[in-house]
Design a protein around this ligand. Structure first.
Ligand SMILES: C[S@@+](CC[C@H](N)C(=O)[O-])C[C@H]1O[C@@H](n2cnc3c(N)ncnc32)[C@H](O)[C@@H]1O
Ligand SMILES: Nc1nc2[nH]cc(C(=O)O)c2c(=O)[nH]1
Ligand code: SF4
Ligand SMILES: [Mg+2]
Length: 222
């Protein structure tokens, strides 16, 4: 199994329950969902002319939709070559669940890493049992509701991007369809907007949910 990788870099997890934990990010290329406020639009298209050599994806760019095909073994060899020290690996995108992540997550665990997936819930989540799954549900988007429901049931964490009251109502309707016992529920303000952040803080306090601000954006790191 080869994965189209946009970039691999080491940083601090900036979002959700694992915020503050040193992490290696593996960003896969390709996403058909089209969220209007997406902060990684360069990962949407998988264009053949943007294929690059494997070593290039270890230089973070954050703007170009370039990609290279790597196996799980190539990815883990790359971590060693880069002398990364983090033991937690976040697989994001793009939409990583377009791809079967079982080979990659199993190989990561076999090498002593913990793994996490950041997904929209619009594709079936295929990963190891031990993987921490963060679902950031995209309602009324490309995906089908049964797929989203299954993803929400698998989720360890549900991290909902919010800007308006409508987004809160949307989340409540979704949560009513599953058993939320043991899951972390987070609200993540969209694009650090002041009104979105105030809304998220108020609702988190009311419902005892967690606030996830994108700390890496405030820190201006990758
Ligand atoms: C870029 S997405 C990639 C993974 C997957 N496609 C997804 O949507 O979960 C990673 C995370 O960033 C969030 N996100 C994207 N753009 C954002 C923005 N402008 N403000 C806040 N969160 C954003 C997504 O909701 C998701 O939780
Ligand atoms: N530092 C940092 N934390 C993150 N958490 C989720 C990210 C993502 O793009 O999925 C992300 C990211 O791009 N950088
Ligand atoms: S699903 Fe994720 S990567 Fe795709 S457009 Fe939405 S936020 Fe961006
Ligand atoms: Mg990001």
């Amino acid at each position: 199994m080869q994965y189209p990788v946009n970039e691999i870099f080491q940083t601090i997890q900036g979002e959700g329950q694992w915020t503050g934990v040193p992490a290696i990010f593996v960003r896969l290329q390709g996403c058909p969902v089209g969220c209007p406020w997406c902060d990684t639009r360069h990962t949407w298209e998988l264009q053949p002319e943007n294929a690059v050599a494997q070593q290039l994806i270890f230089q973070t760019d954050g703007q170009i939709g370039r990609w290279s095909k790597l196996t799980a073994a190539d990815i883990i060899d790359g971590f060693k070559a880069q002398q990364f020290t983090a033991k937690h690996v976040v697989i994001t995108g793009g939409e990583p669940c377009m791809y079967d992540l079982r080979p990659l997550t199993s190989e990561l665990h076999a090498h002593g890493f913990s793994s996490q997936i950041e997904t929209s819930g619009t594709f079936e989540v295929q990963c190891a049992n031990e993987t921490w799954v963060t679902v950031s549900p995209k309602v009324n988007m490309q995906g089908k509701l049964p797929v989203l429901t299954t993803a929400l049931q698998r989720a360890n964490e549900i991290k909902h991007p919010v800007a308006t009251e409508h987004h809160i109502e949307e989340l409540e309707q979704l949560l009513a369809t599953i058993d939320t016992e043991g899951k972390t529920i987070c609200l993540q303000p969209i694009s650090q907007k002041a009104r979105a952040t105030e809304l998220a803080m108020r609702v988190c306090i009311e419902r005892n949910w967690r606030l996830s601000v994108q700390t890496h954006k405030y820190l201006q790191i990758d």
